[in-house]
Design a protein. Structure first.
Length: 147
């Protein structure tokens, strides 16, 4: 054995493999703290969203009066005793044509539903809003690179 080999051998742990630094640990997400309820649904040709799970979580029953508006590319739906829109007799949400047009929604489009039962609020995210959120999240996760 050569002198240089002895120096290397003395730095190796038993078994002969060189020591490596520990692997980095991933950052784990925080435990869920909120009470948001989520859904994914398709819009039919009349603008109906047939996801009763989210509507039930909000406590909205057929006939419940709602206020529906567009804001920042999403559709905001709130309980409003004087609202002109209502939950259908089947327990579905019907998005008016004007709101669908503002957000570029057509029959068959899938929307992401985010409900906050504590506030009686439902936000409907059309595909364009989802695209923007996903691109931003991917850019952050990938360090500013392309998604």
């Amino acid at each position: 054995m050569m002198l240089a080999d002895r120096g290397q051998a003395s730095r190796r742990p038993r078994g002969g493999a060189p020591r490596r630094p520990p692997l980095p640990l991933p950052v784990l997400p925080s435990p869920r703290a909120g009470t948001m309820v989520y859904g994914l649904a398709a819009i039919d040709s009349s603008g109906r969203i047939a996801d009763r799970t989210v509507i039930r979580a909000l406590g909205w029953k057929p006939g419940t009066r709602l206020h529906i508006r567009e804001g920042a590319g999403v559709i905001v739906v709130r309980l409003d005793r004087q609202g002109v829109f209502t939950v259908s007799g089947q327990g579905h949400l019907h998005l008016p044509a004007a709101v669908r047009h503002w957000c570029g929604l057509t029959a068959g489009d899938r929307v992401f539903l985010a409900a906050n039962p504590a506030d009686g609020l439902l936000v409907v995210h059309p595909p364009s809003a989802l695209d923007a959120m996903v691109v931003a999240a991917h850019a952050e996760a990938l360090g500013g690179g392309q998604a």
